[in-house]
Ligand binder design. Structure first.
Ligand code: GLY
Length: 381
């Protein structure tokens, strides 16, 4: 085993969660932070995502998880503005709002149900007639029977967000080491002291954070993952169109799919939800489904060339809720994984909570709710 270096905090995983945590740790004065990535930074589900910041469009009920999503959404304007200032890379935060369309009786029932619980909870939501929906978005299908408008659901260009976070790391001396596949968390007397990679390299650290997405359950060592539910991959396939002019202004959902307008005529469409193990690839059936759901939202898309097809593996834990906090069975080992459909949305708040926990020992209400592990024991770094 060769010793490859020592850090105050090792963050395992360079997706949006790991990168955001590393940035927050650096801002909190956590000392030397190093990120280890099994592949290339920012190339897994964070890259595959659609960048929707849409708690109201995605949530079923006003539960703790919904409140967590809303709280992270509220951090987004400042998160993106700070990253632009720090790196010069604009994550293209867009707060135009989101539409949720109905096409039949059952969809209308779903809209009514969402409108009721969301307005009762004091959230901003508007019920639009078919006519008003078309005024807002003229290229939406004429078959649409109306929509809900969520003015506080937003979007960000997730690939630019990743570039901006990586640039922050580079500017601020946070080393991101690619091709470092962590297999084991090492520890002495129940206290994490580093990790070991599949090629035998050993990295030492005062604290270890697993931001390892769908790969979290592969990591072993002194039963460190005690209490953490199995995190498994759920594939999402997507495609994008290229339009010569801007056809849409809002993110537009139906109960079956969504389209996301981006700058320069790019329009994303998603997504499948498939239990296909680690087979990260597009399939003919998946593409047909995504295309059908996009064309239901807007038949105008049919005439546009398809620019890109891709897939990603969402990290799914119990109930689709993330696992954030200390890991039982090993002190100074932390996890932030299982963000499933909401990794981009939950990155700023996850980062804030984990950095406060690691640096100051402050365990927030959200960490108590979403932690499955043991009690937090800290080392001042
Ligand atoms: N958040 C959208 C998706 O996971 O498809």
């Amino acid at each position: 085993m060769n010793d490859a270096g020592k850090s105050d905090v090792l963050v395992v995983g360079a997706g949006v969660i790991g990168l955001s945590i590393a940035r927050a740790l650096h801002k909190c004065g956590a000392g030397m932070v190093t990120i280890l990535e099994r592949g290339s930074p920012g190339r897994e589900s964070s890259h595959a995502a659609a960048g929707m910041l849409a708690p109201q469009a995605e949530a079923e009920t006003p539960d703790d998880f919904f409140r967590f999503c809303r709280a992270s959404n509220e951090l987004y304007p400042a998160f993106c503005a700070a990253l632009l200032e720090e790196t010069g890379i604009d994550p293209e935060f867009d707060d135009s709002g989101t539409l949720y369309l109905a096409f039949d009786e059952s969809d209308l029932h779903e809209l009514g149900r969402r409108y009721e619980w969301q307005s009762a909870a004091g959230l901003r939501v508007e019920h639009l007639s078919a006519e008003d929906t078309h005024k807002l978005e003229p290229f939406v299908s004429p078959d649409s029977l109306g929509s809900l408008y969520f003015p506080e659901d937003r979007q960000v260009e997730n690939r630019r967000l990743l570039s901006s976070l990586l640039s922050y790391c580079e500017i601020n001396g946070i080393e991101v080491i690619s091709g470092a596949e962590v297999v084991t968390v090492s520890g002495l007397k129940g206290i994490a002291d580093g990790v070991v990679c599949s090629d035998g390299r050993r990295f030492s650290a005062g604290s270890v954070v697993l931001a390892t997405g769908a790969w979290t359950s592969f990591i072993k060592g002194a039963e460190p993952l005690q209490g953490i539910p199995l995190i498994k991959p759920i594939r999402g396939q997507m495609l994008s169109f290229r339009a010569a002019k801007q056809l849409f202004r809002h993110v537009i959902y139906s109960p079956r799919g969504y389209i996301v307008p981006r700058r320069y005529g790019r329009i994303l469409a998603g997504a499948t939800t498939e239990d296909a193990g680690f087979e990260n690839k597009v399939t003919e059936d998946g593409m047909t489904l995504v295309l059908d759901h996009a064309l239901e939202i807007s038949p105008s898309l049919e005439s546009l060339p398809i620019q890109e097809r891709w897939s990603g593996l969402r990290p799914y834990a119990e109930a689709g809720h993330p696992v954030i906090g200390p890991v039982g069975g090993m002190e100074r080992l932390f996890v932030a994984a299982g963000h499933y459909r909401n990794g981009i949305l939950l990155a700023p708040l996850t980062a804030e909570l984990l950095s406060e926990l690691i640096v100051n020992g402050e365990e927030s209400m959200f960490v108590r709710q979403f932690s499955k592990g043991g009690t937090a024991k800290f080392k001042t770094v």
